[in-house]
Design a protein around this ligand. Structure first.
Ligand code: FES
Length: 65
């Protein structure tokens, strides 16, 4: 893993809960590849915005696999 990948992994996806991209990528690598599945596995979407900010970011993560 190069430095760029490490920095990218630290990018926050769910801002309310402070969940970083690397947490999502770990679950994706384990086979969870749906928005709802990733929300359930990470706790994303349960913050004060109700997932308004992170749902599109999670969707993009899956789209760009
Ligand atoms: S950014 Fe994920 S619940 Fe608000």
């Amino acid at each position: 893993m190069d430095q760029k990948e490490i920095i990218e992994g630290l990018r926050p996806i769910c801002l309310c809960k402070g969940i970083k991209k690397k947490v999502f990528m770990k679950h994706i690598a384990e086979g969870i590849k749906t928005v709802e599945g990733l929300k359930k596995a990470t706790g994303a979407g349960t913050g004060s915005c109700g997932g308004k900010r992170c749902t599109p970011r999670i969707t993009d993560l899956i789209k760009n696999l």
